[in-house]
Design a protein around this ligand. Structure first.
Ligand SMILES: [Zn+2]
Length: 286
């Protein structure tokens, strides 16, 4: 498929294109192109039909707790968007310095290793930038200092969509507890998107220094049990597997990785009739 063909495959609210595919401006297309244009349900009534997400944010910020979270998360989705022209910035609040079994592991060495693994994975996915906030792994707090760091990054990068984990998920399938760092990172991301990033009086020294308030149009939550959007990742799920392979210090059974990741994607894809899909809970903020 040509670049122009890829561009028209997704609707975008962060950019629009003319017939040649050139970016013209950054209007709010979402009002003309609702996220679920084919839905005929009454507002407020649950719709049992899963819907494919066809919009594409032009500028995407993914905020996670640890190296590898983003790659187990929406890597195939953002890879597809970036193939079609989006720009992505990955923010890891910690460097995963507690992610080993041996208590004598040097946390600084481990952090260096995991940052290198994440940068290699991010290059495969296609992110323009990766930022590590160097917060302590296992002790992440949704505090003012973290939110100030995130607000600064949001105002600098000015994303159309912020992707993070669903902080309301605590238990999964009666056999999994959502990591405290995941909940803290996700809640900090939410609180930074709204209200802080758009409020000039939140961390006022930022606005005084020239970082104008920014309104994020979409919050997109992954690892959620309440998805409302399925993304066709048939073309990019292989990149997700390749990105995950870069996290060598973390993948316990590398021989089973591909089968596992493709299995999850196939299962979600079946719900919307495509070979592979990832799911998101999309919150519209514009
Ligand atoms: Zn994690």
């Amino acid at each position: 498929m040509t670049e122009a063909g890829k561009r028209t495959r997704h609707r975008s609210w962060g950019e629009t294109s003319d017939a040649s595919g050139a970016i013209l401006q950054r209007p709010h297309l979402s009002r003309r192109a609702p996220i679920r244009p084919d839905r005929g349900s009454i507002v407020g009534m649950p719709d049992p039909r899963p819907s494919q997400l066809t919009e594409r944010p032009a500028r995407v910020m993914v905020i996670v707790a640890h190296p590898d979270d983003a790659d187990y998360g929406p890597a195939a989705t953002v890879a597809g968007w970036m193939d079609a022209g989006s720009v992505g910035h990955l923010v890891c609040c910690t460097s995963g310095d507690a992610g080993a079994e041996d208590p004598d592991t040097d946390p600084l060495e481990l952090a260096r290793l995991r940052e290198a693994e994440q940068r290699a994975a991010a290059a495969i996915v296609g992110y323009e930038a990766v930022t590590f906030l160097h917060r302590p792994d296992g002790a992440l707090e949704n505090d003012l200092a973290l939110r100030e760091q995130l607000v600064r990054l949001i105002r600098e990068f000015r994303p159309d969509a912020v992707l993070t984990m669903d902080p309301t998920l605590i238990f999964h399938s009666d056999g999994y507890i959502q990591h405290t760092d995941h909940r803290a990172a996700a809640m900090a991301a939410l609180d930074s998107v709204y209200p802080a990033a758009r409020n000039a009086m939140a961390f006022p020294h930022l606005a005084r220094a020239g970082l104008a308030p920014h309104q994020v149009a979409r919050l997109m939550l992954f690892w959620t049990e309440e998805p409302n959007a399925w993304v066709d990742v048939s073309a990019t799920v292989g990149r997700k597997v390749a990105a995950l392979r870069e996290h060598r210090s973390q993948v316990r059974e590398p021989e089973k990785l591909e089968e596992r990741v493709l299995g999850w994607a196939r299962e979600e894809g079946e719900r919307v009739g495509v070979p592979a899909a990832e799911t998101l809970r999309v919150i519209r903020l514009d």
